[in-house]
Design a protein around this ligand. Structure first.
Ligand SMILES: [Zn+2]
Length: 89
């Protein structure tokens, strides 16, 4: 089971079979400190969604369209410039 530290908190990351009603590929339960990500995503999709959910924890008041765009672009920037290796995820 993957755990990620976000600020002072440790979140469990779970891959889940179910799709979310919202149509999103990820969701965060702040009270339980669990990030849920749809199972079966491509590694780069998984990484972008994980980054999205982590950024949402870091700043819960950021506009969602900005968050979506930033998470996607930061993930791509890190991958394209080989600043992160998907094999280690
Ligand atoms: Zn979101």
């Amino acid at each position: 089971m993957r755990k990620v530290k976000i600020g002072a908190h440790t979140y469990e990351v779970r891959e889940v079979e179910d799709h979310f009603e919202s149509g999103d590929l990820g969701q965060c339960d702040y009270a339980e400190q669990v990030i849920m990500i749809t199972k079966g995503l491509k590694p780069e999709q998984y990484f972008a969604i994980l980054l999205h959910e982590a950024m949402e924890v870091m700043n819960t008041s950021m506009r969602h369209d900005i968050l979506d765009s930033l998470a996607e672009q930061i993930a791509q920037f890190l991958l394209d410039n080989k600043l992160i290796c998907l094999k280690k995820l």
